[in-house]
Design a binder for this molecule. Structure first.
Ligand code: IPM
Ligand code: MG
Length: 370
């Protein structure tokens, strides 16, 4: 179906290809029942791109991704690529996309569905009703800042190092997104760093404080050290609304938040750039937070729900299709009432695979759309 919604589909490796195939069925449903079409192009990324082209991301795939309205991403990586040189590893493809598209704002919502309260390893009263947003800076800090490398020290030993650096504008632009998000949610923003130890953390706290004083109307800003935040996330996660933090802390804290929801298989994400001056739409990529899960790849048992919810975020943030996003999320909730993939299995529910879970979601969409 021709449309002006251009999306680049990058399934990647491992379960990425399986859950993306499942996502296509959701897209077919929307085309059929909502006349919602997409101009779709598919490409290789990660190990799949290395196998086909000898690099985890070709210039062409990058250019097509930049030219698209949104990228839908699966997952990358696998043991077959463990011994590749650093620059050829599957993860480099993902990191290059984030950096080259300047997708600096990574939204990782952690929501506990009522039906999944029992699947969390935490006590039900700690997680039930949880709805928090981790906002991770995605283009700076120790993932990208220079200098970085492994040097020969000439005495038979080597030195490996990375730099955690943030500039004022880098902190301000992610801080603004954090305040916007907080305003649309519960009004509370927690800025997380290690200003007790790191210079980048001292500047981070100063800039956040100044930004909040200048532009923070309607937002309550708090500060927390990253180690304390990790502890508070498992102690009392409902104290948080939006957490804004740097690239590395965001990587760690979002995995932690994911487990509050029962499974890493449940967490979607959106990575957004600055809004385009003409269209107002940001460059964007949507991906589940879980990886390629090589241990279960090819078995048809992967949980496709984080992919579906990433797609729902795409509908909402890139295409202003909030009603369809709501419908898909409601269908996921409904499907979860009796269907479970292995990662979120609870006694009394029916264990199913990728296809069965997709059937259940589509069935719920049919019923909810009536
Ligand atoms: C994530 C992942 C990536 C990261 C890996 C695959 C490079 O863990 O998106 O959280 O470290 O950012
Ligand atoms: Mg991670």
């Amino acid at each position: 179906m021709a449309s002006n919604r251009k999306i680049m589909v990058l399934p990647g490796d491992g379960i990425g290809t399986e859950i993306m195939k499942a996502n296509m069925r959701v897209m077919d449903w929307l085309a059929k029942h909502r006349s919602l079409g997409f101009d779709m192009q598919e490409g290789f990324v990660g190990g799949a791109a290395y196998d086909a082209h000898g690099t985890p991301l070709t210039d062409e795939t990058l250019a097509d991704s930049i030219a698209s309205d949104a990228v839908l991403f699966g997952a990358v990586g696998g043991p077959a690529y463990d011994d590749l040189p650093f620059e050829l590893k599957p993860e480099r493809g993902l990191l290059a996309l984030r950096k080259e598209m300047d997708l600096f704002a990574n939204l990782r919502p952690a929501i506990v569905f009522p039906s999944l309260v029992e699947a969390s390893t935490l006590k039900p009263n700690v997680v039930s009703g949880l709805d928090i947003m981790i906002l991770r800076e995605l283009c700076g800090g120790s993932y990208f800042a220079e200098p970085r490398g492994i040097d020969d020290l000439g005495d038979g030993s080597r030195k490996g190092y990375d730099t955690n650096a943030y500039t004022t504008p880098e902190i301000e632009r992610i801080g603004r997104v954090g305040m916007d998000l907080a305003r649309k949610r519960g009004g509370k923003l927690t800025s997380v760093e290690k200003s007790n130890v790191m210079h980048s953390g001292i500047l981070w706290r100063e800039v956040m404080t100044a930004l909040h004083a200048a532009e923070g109307d309607g937002v309550e800003l708090g500060h927390m050290y990253a180690d304390n935040c990790a502890m508070q996330l498992v102690r009392n996660p409902k104290q948080f609304d939006v957490i804004v933090t740097d690239n590395l802390f965001g990587d760690l804290l979002s995995d932690c938040a994911a487990m509050l929801t029962g499974s890493l298989g449940m967490l979607p994400s959106a990575s957004l750039g600055a809004p385009d001056p003409e269209t107002g739409l940001p460059k964007a990529m949507y991906e589940p937070v879980h990886g390629s899960a090589p241990d279960i790849a090819g078995k048809g048992i992967a949980n496709p729900l984080a992919q579906f919810m990433s797609f729902a975020m795409m509908l909402r943030y890139s295409f202003d299709q909030g009603a369809e996003a709501d419908l898909l999320e409601a269908a996921v909730d409904k499907a979860l009432q009796s269907n479970r993939t292995g990662d979120i299995m609870t006694p009394g529910c029916t264990e199913t695979g990728t296809e069965g879970m997709t059937d259940a979601v589509l069935d719920a969409m049919d019923r909810l759309a009536r």
